[in-house]
Write a protein that binds this ligand. Structure first.
Ligand code: FAD
Length: 179
């Protein structure tokens, strides 16, 4: 298998890049280790698990939601906040100590993942494929993948790492040059 642009990671970063390639009709493929897209963004029955808010300075998030036709609303922050920690006594924090404008996405932040996913043909995703190794050859890059039982590889002109650098450093052999 060959592609011009190989994106590793199907979180918001990888999906956004994939949507740009799709808009520009460029050749690309996105590989994701898990059986679902979204990465750290996940949602259970409309409830955000993990990432939830964005802030007024993040104009690209506002623009992205607008372009995807997703509505946002301001986080309700009137009243006191109750902070629960299983190891210490719960703490009541008066509203004037934490008030900060933030926004949430109608239906949960995974709406952004669904919106980006709909812009990309499903044939451009390879789920359940974990990248183990990236090898630089004279012709470009070869990316070796592990599936549950099989191994496969993709050759690419360019590779984009859209995952935490810590995971790439720990789990991938990177850019080994083969004569
Ligand atoms: C509990 C929690 C709360 C947060 N709250 C907020 C918040 O309120 N607001 C905010 O702005 N941010 C928040 N964040 C941060 C936000 O979640 C991340 O910045 C963002 O989701 C990162 O997206 P990403 O696409 O860069 O990476 P990720 O979402 O980590 O995506 C990386 C993808 O790469 C895949 N992958 C990893 N290794 C491989 C491999 N070898 N081969 C193939 N695929 C691989 C992973 O499975 C994953 O799908 C929060 C994070 C957490 C954990």
């Amino acid at each position: 298998m060959h592609t011009d642009n190989l994106i590793i990671g199907g979180g918001i970063s990888g999906l956004y890049l994939a949507s740009k390639f799709a808009d520009q009709e460029k050749d690309f493929l996105l590989v994701e280790a898990r059986d679902r897209l979204g990465g750290r963004i996940d949602n259970h029955k409309g409830l955000d698990l993990g990432p939830t808010w964005f802030w007024p300075g993040q104009r690209r998030m506002t623009t992205l939601c607008k372009n995807l036709g997703i509505s946002v609303f301001e986080q309700q922050n009137q009243g006191d906040m109750l902070y629960e920690d299983p190891n210490v006594q719960s703490e009541r924090i008066p509203s004037q100590q934490y008030q900060m404008t933030s926004y949430r996405v109608d239906g949960g932040i995974s709406q952004i993942i669904r919106g980006l996913e709909h812009k990309i043909p499903s044939a451009k995703f390879l789920l359940n494929h974990q990248v183990r190794e990236i090898i630089r050859t004279e012709d470009g890059l070869t990316v070796n993948l592990n599936q549950t039982t099989n191994k496969s590889s993709v050759s690419a002109k360019r590779v984009f790492l859209a995952l935490p650098p810590r995971l790439a450093a720990r789990n991938m052999a990177l850019l080994r040059f083969v004569e």
